[in-house]
Design a binder for this molecule. Structure first.
Ligand SMILES: NC(=O)C1=CN([C@@H]2O[C@H](COP(=O)(O)OP(=O)(O)OC[C@H]3O[C@@H](n4cnc5c(N)ncnc54)[C@H](OP(=O)(O)O)[C@@H]3O)[C@@H](O)[C@H]2O)C=CC1
Ligand SMILES: O=C([O-])CC(=O)C(=O)O
Length: 294
């Protein structure tokens, strides 16, 4: 894997609900020849219906695959989940290529975080399914926030996890709208992302945005470790919930802030907010605009 130089070429890891949605959003750039998109998939056979989205599909299993080192890109964007972020992300960054991270929960793993911050490629963390983070980042950099928390509510079926016992799964599946929401987790992003790896990337994104002001990778790493244990998280299973709903609150000398986000689910994956792909496309465009100015 090596950078291309002047060509605006994007290499996407994963071509699932978010990846395909991002490809559709990039249509203006792709159709006018300003951007080429290559998507890495694990099994080409699963993607026979996905060839009309303007992406060239290439089967690559891991960064150890010899086809990976032969690929070129200006930017790598991960849309494949935590394990793929932890393997491909450090490889892209080490090759000096900017890396857009969607599975932000990977930043909760210290060795991955250190590798992603080590450069020489820059790390770009998407806001994903939440927003208002510019305000909170500004306040946190001035040490003007004391408390930060997020409550996330989703339809119960999207919250079932392999580690849950039969009774816990039955309880989630049998929740009725009349019973109202059930709190199934309270804790920190560090704990939440281990238990709900594909549901609470946003909590790690919130910790990242509110880590405070650091100069360099070592400071960012330490600040993030503290933020991962300071941010409050509550997860609710809400049978009345069609949309994914996120409430962020923060207080401190800078003031009191509250953001409420209800996002239409991804049409292809009801457990994922549709807003995630919109945010990833924006992060990618910001990253590419920065490259053009260099
Ligand atoms: N930041 C945020 O706000 C959010 C982040 N996310 C993150 O985004 C991830 C993707 O979400 P979504 O698109 O809805 O999930 P999907 O399951 O729809 O798609 C994931 C795709 O990635 C592929 N994949 C997995 N591992 C690899 C790999 N090593 N190489 C290539 N492809 C791979 C899967 O392929 P296969 O079919 O072969 O398994 C699948 O096609 C989530 O797992 C989560 O971590 C999700 C929601 C919000
Ligand atoms: O899509 C959402 O609403 C949030 C989500 O799954 C995540 O952060 O992993």
């Amino acid at each position: 894997m090596r950078p291309v130089g002047e060509v605006q070429s994007v290499l996407m890891i994963g071509f699932g609900a978010i990846g395909r949605h991002v490809a559709r959003l990039l249509r203006p750039e792709i159709s006018t020849g300003r951007l080429t998109l290559t998507a890495l998939v694990r099994d080409l056979g699963k993607h026979t219906e996905h060839h009309g989205l303007g992406a060239e599909l290439v089967q690559v299993d891991s960064p150890e695959d010899s086809r990976w080192s032969g690929l070129t890109a200006d930017v790598v964007v991960e849309c494949a989940g935590g394990p793929a972020a932890k393997s491909f992300g450090p490889a892209a960054v080490a090759a000096g290529i900017p890396f857009v991270l969607t599975s932000v929960g990977a930043l909760a793993d210290q060795s991955t975080r250190r590798a992603l911050l080590a450069g020489p490629g820059d790390l770009h963390v998407t806001n994903g399914a939440i927003g208002g983070l510019d305000v909170l980042e500004a306040a946190a950099q001035a040490q003007a926030l004391n408390e930060v928390s997020i409550t996330t509510a989703k339809a119960p079926r999207g919250l079932v996890q392999p580690w849950m016992n039969a009774e816990e799964i039955r309880r989630l599946n049998q929740l009725t709208p009349a019973a109202g929401p059930l709190t199934i987790f309270t804790g920190t992003p560090a704990e939440a992302i281990v238990k709900f790896p594909a549901n609470v990337n946003i909590t790690v994104a919130l910790a990242w945005a509110t880590r405070g002001l650091g100069f360099g990778a070592v400071a960012d790493d330490e600040l993030m470790e503290a933020a991962l244990h300071r941010t409050g998280v509550e997860i609710r299973a809400d049978p009345r919930q069609e949309d994914s709903h996120h409430e962020i609150t923060a207080t401190g000398p800078a003031g009191e802030f509250a953001f409420s986000i209800s996002s239409t689910p991804s049409p292809e994956n009801p457990a994922t907010s549709g807003l995630t792909a919109l945010s990833v496309a924006r992060t990618l465009r910001t990253c590419m605009a920065g490259l053009r100015r260099d």
